[in-house]
Design a protein around this ligand. Structure first.
Ligand code: SF4
Ligand code: SF4
Length: 69
């Protein structure tokens, strides 16, 4: 199962910002409800988490740059 950003629908006010910043179409709004679709195209950019004014999206992963390699 792919790791995708997690959505807390209870916090979401359907502003649509996350839909507009997602470059891979993983976030869609239908009937005033946000859905995150599992896709390999998610680049883990975390923009959906950053723009959400309600903290309704959490990217449950961390990108670590290892400069030792
Ligand atoms: S992390 Fe980026 S690519 Fe993935 S769903 Fe969020 S905005 Fe879209
Ligand atoms: S940015 Fe946040 S509040 Fe707005 S639609 Fe997306 S999840 Fe909901």
């Amino acid at each position: 199962m792919l790791e995708m950003p997690k959505l807390d629908l209870a916090k979401c006010d359907c502003c649509g910002l996350c839909v507009s910043v997602c470059q891979c179409g993983a976030i869609v709004m239908t009937s005033n409800r946000i859905t995150i679709i599992e896709t390999d195209d998610c680049g883990w950019c975390t923009m959906c988490e950053l723009v959400c004014p309600s903290n309704a999206i959490i990217c449950a992963y961390e990108i670590v740059f290892d400069n030792e390699v």
